[in-house]
Design a protein around this ligand. Structure first.
Ligand code: HEC
Length: 116
């Protein structure tokens, strides 16, 4: 009965971001350049939530990101994933997540893996 309800009435409005969906999206979209625990083309992202931008030791950031005074939280990550250049001009990450719901889910996931 519950299953039927889920199939017939998909979520219309969302009260909350969904970290499980965020994990899926992260694995599809972000892991070409990032992993949680290893630096690749981008820095590792476990612990990024709540951290100051550009602070993974040993990772070579753009001058722009390195010298920004941003701390990664819901608002700054949302702006970053919407359009990295509008938050920090001349950064090195050429990637966007267009849908607000998807950004929220990814951010919820990053928060969950960072605050563990
Ligand atoms: C095409 C490669 C690429 C993809 C895809 C990509 N990134 Fe990045 N990301 C980078 C690079 C390179 C940097 C470092 C940017 C700089 O130094 O200016 C970065 C930096 C970041 C930072 C800042 C990290 C810090 O330590 O300050 C966050 C947060 C981030 N990426 C999140 C994501 C998320 C979430 C996704 C998936 C939705 C994603 N990125 C997809 C390449 C990528």
């Amino acid at each position: 009965m519950i299953l039927v309800a889920i199939v017939l009435f998909p979520r219309i409005s969302r009260a909350e971001a969904d970290a499980d969906h965020g994990k899926e999206l992260f694995e599809k979209r972000c892991t070409g350049c990032h992993s949680l625990d290893q630096d690749k083309e981008g820095p590792h992202l476990r612990g990024v939530y709540g951290r100051q931008a550009g602070k993974v030791p040993g990772f070579t950031y753009s001058e722009a990101l390195q010298s920004s005074a941003i701390t990664w939280d819901d608002a700054s990550l949302d702006k970053w994933l919407t359009n990295t250049d509008s938050l920090i001009a001349d950064n090195d990450m050429a990637f966007r997540v267009v849908k607000p719901d998807e950004r929220a889910d990814i951010i919820r996931y990053l928060k969950a893996v960072s605050l563990k």
